[in-house]
Design a protein around this ligand. Structure first.
Ligand code: SF4
Length: 506
């Protein structure tokens, strides 16, 4: 290790979550942290990483390669046997790959998707329960594509045994799934673990797991590896407890905390799904994330991707890169062409971010008003999706301190050919019912009227404009209308959908 490396490690090890105050008018306590909020060593590692930087996720892509089939623990929310090509959730893959196939696939993806900056191993089992395949894949990738950042996800059980190898392979980003620090709660989430050639169950299993997870986290952060903690929010089991988890991981140097909702549809066949354990509502999830904010950087834009996901977050192009298709592709990894393409992205990115002058225009005006707006986007930080084609809406909180992404809501696509599906519109309205406005590139007359009746303003005047700048412009007008008495500010919170509206669209 050279002196430069050890200095960088010290800076990263000393950085403990959200400690700096915002310098750019935006909150620095999130994956929204900008260049001015972070030490340059950390900024360099996160600026083009779609998961560690919310802003980067509009522009850069990631891919997972499913080279790690075995797992060493059983979680009540996981069933790796179930695969549906349309489904996005961790632990699911359509094909398992060898390290050599994984490298060919990465080269094929990077050639066709030059925004690709990150390769992760996230299963479908546990990356570290398959160390041979995992590290062989990283070794081959580092050689073939030196500009690709390496990521690994683990449940943490075997982590302390692999920390030195992780450092040696320059795997700069590690995600550990930590759902509890109290073994009694853990026993309700994990039926068993397999550790040191022996199966453990109940509280004993959860105790071993939590000790190993926290130990591994501490060892990694001491070595300067950026660590993200994933926690699955399971109402009635660990929801309130996650505030304790948040404090525990922050004190051990975690960089980012990603609290995700439990996915528990019965058809997935998980123990929780079959038992009828519900996941949290979008509002419950946001309330918990808000309660943890300020302690540590919070991630709000996770899409709970498949273990073979490819593309920008929110899109999955894995179907274009099946092993059969990849093996037939002629791939040329052109580092220079990738650099040129990414330099263009950086120009576009800089143009879409609100300037400090634009943010300053808001400061001081009616600072108590804080509202949510949904945005239909296909990426690049722009309002560039038709209302009827949106598969998800990004939800932004807008206030005089700026515009902040606080989540996303998946929906069923409204437009089916030439017509809109009326029952789908009701479910879309339910999904964004706490929002004051929905920003779209285009919207038809019928959904427009129904949204207005539901108290949600459809906004298409900023079509193809920057999300951040448009939201600021709209919010400024909104405040002026309130000042002039043209409209009243009504808090939406979990606003009820008018009964007659539900009937009219049912
Ligand atoms: S699961 Fe979340 S953290 Fe992992 S790649 Fe997808 S968006 Fe990023």
């Amino acid at each position: 290790m050279d002196a430069e490396d050890s200095g960088e490690m010290r800076v990263i090890a000393d950085y403990k979550g959200c400690q700096s105050s915002p310098k750019n008018g935006k909150g620095s306590c999130g994956s929204q942290a900008g260049q001015g909020d972070l030490p340059s060593e950390i900024w360099h590692k996160v600026k083009n990483h779609p998961c560690y930087s919310e802003e980067a996720h509009h522009h850069y892509a990631r891919m997972h390669v499913g080279v790690a089939p075995a797992c060493n623990i059983q979680c009540n929310y996981c069933n790796r046997k179930y695969d549906c090509a349309n489904e996005s959730r961790p632990g699911v893959v359509s094909e398992k790959l060898t390290p050599e196939q994984a490298v060919k696939k990465m080269l094929a993806v990077a050639t066709r998707i030059p925004q690709l900056t990150v390769l992760g191993i996230a299963g479908p089992g546990d990356a570290l329960a398959n160390p041979k395949n995992t590290f062989k894949t990283f070794e081959l990738i580092a050689r073939a594509a030196p500009d690709i950042q390496l990521c690994l996800s683990t449940n943490g059980l075997d982590l302390p045994d692999h920390v030195d190898t992780i450092s040696r392979y320059k795997i700069d980003h590690v995600t550990i799934t930590i759902n509890m620090i109290d073994p009694e709660i853990g026993a309700r989430i994990y039926p068993w673990i397999f550790f040191n050639h022996k199966r453990y169950s109940g509280i004993e299993a959860a105790k071993i797991l939590t000790i190993r997870q926290l130990q591994g986290l501490e060892m990694l952060t001491q070595r300067g590896v950026l660590c993200k903690i994933n926690s699955v929010m399971i109402p009635g089991i660990n929801d309130q407890h996650l505030i304790e988890v948040n404090k525990a991981v922050k004190s051990r140097g975690a960089f980012l905390h990603n609290i995700m909702p439990l996915i528990s549809a019965p058809e997935h066949g998980t123990a929780f799904g079959l038992k009828g354990q519900r996941g949290p509502t979008a509002q419950e999830l946001k309330a918990l994330q808000d309660a943890c904010e300020g302690q540590i950087n919070m991630m709000r834009h996770c899409r709970q991707c498949r273990a073979d996901a490819v593309g920008l977050l929110g899109e999955d192009r894995s179907g274009e890169f099946t092993t059969e298709k990849v093996m037939a592709m002629d791939v040329q990894y052109d580092l220079e062409a990738r650099k040129v393409y990414q330099a263009r992205i950086e120009d576009e990115r800089a143009a879409n971010i609100a300037t400090s002058e634009e943010l300053a225009e808001l400061a001081g005006e009616m600072s108590e008003i804080n509202l949510l707006a949904a945005v239909a986007t296909k990426g690049s930080g722009l309002i560039n999706e038709h209302f009827g084609h949106a598969r998800e809406f990004h939800v932004y909180e807008i206030s005089t301190s700026g515009v902040k992404l606080v989540g996303h809501r998946r929906v069923d696509v409204y437009c089916q050919g030439e017509y809109g599906e009326e029952d789908r519109l009701a479910s879309i309205i339910r999904a964004i019912n706490d929002c004051h406005a929905v920003f779209v590139a285009k919207i038809g007359g019928c959904p427009r009227d129904i949204l207005i009746n539901a108290g949600i303003e459809p906004v298409d005047q900023y079509a193809h404009g920057s999300i951040e700048k448009s939201a600021i412009g709209w919010f400024r007008d909104y405040l002026h209308k309130i000042k002039s008495g043209e409209i009243l500010h009504v808090k939406r919170g979990e606003a009820a959908i008018p009964q007659e509206l539900l009937i009219s669209v049912a």
